[in-house]
Design a protein around this ligand. Structure first.
Ligand code: AHM
Ligand code: MG
Length: 333
């Protein structure tokens, strides 16, 4: 272990990069605090009596878990007061959250999914928090919805916290990807995974095969060829994983390579995909590209998409460069 804490790392990065501001450094520290509070909630599990579902649905029409709502509140209360943000938006709220007028406004916007993979929470499988930070186009004034609709290339920072067998925080500010592990007794994240790189080649893919009959032809072809293994065109066996927690899948890919797909299928066609562009696909694509991987809808680079709605969904195919490029080439044939 290098002994470098996440706080030290963020401050060092700020010193190295002229465009980073103290404001941004403090904002990131508040995000880290929010994730520590969420880790604590998730880790206590059934002891808190918060594992159940609610009667309510979120804006996506999905049944909310108690913890979806609790963790959304944790994020808001950790960040709204600080004067570093002009606005916030979340998977759990239909419209951007208006920061109460008694707090000062800052120059950044944050979009987040406070508890991704929450259908896994009551069966004790990894879940995570995903976030994306943008500059507020108009600076420290109350943002309009339009201000949040920036292409992923405009992100100044993206990251996730993974609440797994250990709690990790992984982030990029556009200068590579670094991973930190929480020491619970001390309450600090330490740099354990410096300069994470996704291997360009892989023998592992992740996709929910229960949707196989609905997929488009290029994804059908790719998975069919993987499953044919040594005896098929690829000439080697492939392994398959599906956690149903995007954060856990992306983390696995950052550590040992792989391909993750939530592709378009005939069931999802009307809604455009399953995963949300602004607080799932964009931050994960920024991280994956910064680690040497590729991220695409199959037809377009995800980071280049111009968002049209806050909760817009997109097909996602990302991970090891050579495999994702192969899948993309199948889409153009
Ligand atoms: P959520 O934000 O409602 O948790 O949904 C996103 C999750 C991803 O983490 C995961 O990749 C996917 O949904 C799992 O979908 P499925 O239930 O089809 O396996
Ligand atoms: Mg989610």
């Amino acid at each position: 272990m290098s002994g470098l804490t996440l706080t030290q790392f963020i401050i060092e990065e700020q010193r190295q990069h002229a465009q980073a501001t103290e404001d941004f450094t403090l904002l990131l520290n508040d995000v880290v605090s929010a994730c520590k509070r969420i880790a604590n909630q998730v880790n206590k599990g059934a002891l808190l009596g918060t594992m159940g579902s609610l009667e309510s649905e979120n804006v996506q029409g999905e049944v909310q878990k108690q913890l979806d709502v609790i963790t959304n509140d944790v994020f808001i209360s950790s960040l709204e007061w600080s004067g570093r943000l002009a606005g916030m938006a979340s998977e759990e709220m239909e419209d951007p959250y208006a920061i109460p007028s008694h707090y000062p406004l800052g120059k950044h916007l944050i979009l987040f999914d406070p508890l991704d993979g929450s259908s896994n929470v009551n069966i004790n499988i990894s879940v995570g928090t995903i976030f994306s930070i943008l500059r507020a186009p108009a600076g420290a004034t109350r943002p309009a919805l339009q201000d949040f609709l920036q292409p992923g290339t405009q992100q100044v920072c993206a990251g996730y916290a993974l609440y797994g067998s250990s709690t990790m925080f992984v982030l990029t500010t556009g200068h590579g990807v670094n991973g930190f592990t929480l020491d619970r007794e001390i309450g600090e994240f330490y740099l354990t995974h410096p300069n994470m790189q996704i291997p360009a080649d892989t023998h592992e893919f992740a996709v929910n095969t229960s949707n196989q009959r609905h997929w488009e032809a290029p994804v059908q072809r790719y998975v069919r060829e993987c499953l044919q293994g040594k005896e098929g065109l690829r000439g080697r066996d492939f392994n398959m994983r599906w956690v149903a927690s995007m954060v856990a899948e992306i983390h696995r890919i950052l550590v040992r390579g792989g391909v993750f797909m939530y592709p378009l299928d005939s069931k999802l066609k009307d809604q455009g995909g399953k995963l949300r562009l602004l607080y799932e696909a964009n931050p994960m694509s920024f991280i994956v590209e910064q680690a040497g991987g590729v991220s695409s809808t199959g037809y377009h680079r995800i980071l280049g998409l111009q968002p049209e709605a806050l909760h817009q969904r997109v097909p996602v195919i990302l991970g090891s460069k050579n495999e994702v490029e192969r899948i993309v080439s199948y889409h153009s044939e």
